[in-house]
Design a binder for this molecule. Structure first.
Ligand code: HEC
Length: 145
């Protein structure tokens, strides 16, 4: 009895140690991947989204014109939305008119911009990811007066 018990403690503590090392390594990998993915994947509003709005939307949704009572030139106004309500549901692009309307087929009457070239695939994807990631503005608060 005793001879079979004696080798057991060292074996099992080695096993526990090995498991602990593996767990720590796995956590480190997960944490590292998470950080990397966020840093690479996150859309920066001011650097990536705002230039699209400025070039494609603000002529009709800014200081000059406010079609549908919608302005896209400040954080507050974007969050307020238009005459039909919110245009951004953070985390849910499919429920966010600001994304849905730019992603429509080019012959759809509801597509935005209402005139001119539709957004290209990369621009549509930036808006989709920005909403999906929580529609954060960073330090940007707006430009329009
Ligand atoms: C040439 C003018 C024009 C441009 C440019 C334009 N829009 Fe519009 N937008 C309109 C008009 C007109 C309406 C109201 C009619 C409608 O809902 O289709 C509207 C409505 C909207 C609505 C619905 C708001 C509500 O409450 O009903 C959204 C969202 C929107 N636009 C987003 C955008 C985005 C995003 C861009 C840029 C990619 C853009 N628009 C560019 C003219 C424009």
């Amino acid at each position: 009895m005793t001879w079979t018990m004696r080798p057991a403690p060292p074996t099992s503590s080695r096993a526990v140690l090995a498991l602990a090392v593996a767990a720590v390594a796995a956590l480190a990998v997960v944490a590292g991947t998470g950080r990397g993915a966020r840093a690479q994947g996150s859309v920066e509003f001011e650097r990536e989204v705002w230039p699209i709005l400025q070039a494609k939307c603000v002529t009709c949704h800014g200081p000059e014109d406010q079609f549908s009572n919608l302005r896209l030139d400040s954080k507050e106004r974007i969050l307020r939305g238009g005459k039909n309500g919110k245009i951004v549901v953070p985390g849910d692009p499919a429920k966010s008119p600001m994304y849905v309307r730019v992603s429509l087929p080019s012959d759809d009457l509801d597509i935005m911009p209402a005139e001119g070239e539709p957004l290209n695939a990369a621009q549509v994807d930036i808006l989709r990811r920005w909403v999906a990631e929580g529609a954060e503005f960073g330090s940007w608060t707006g430009v329009g007066g």
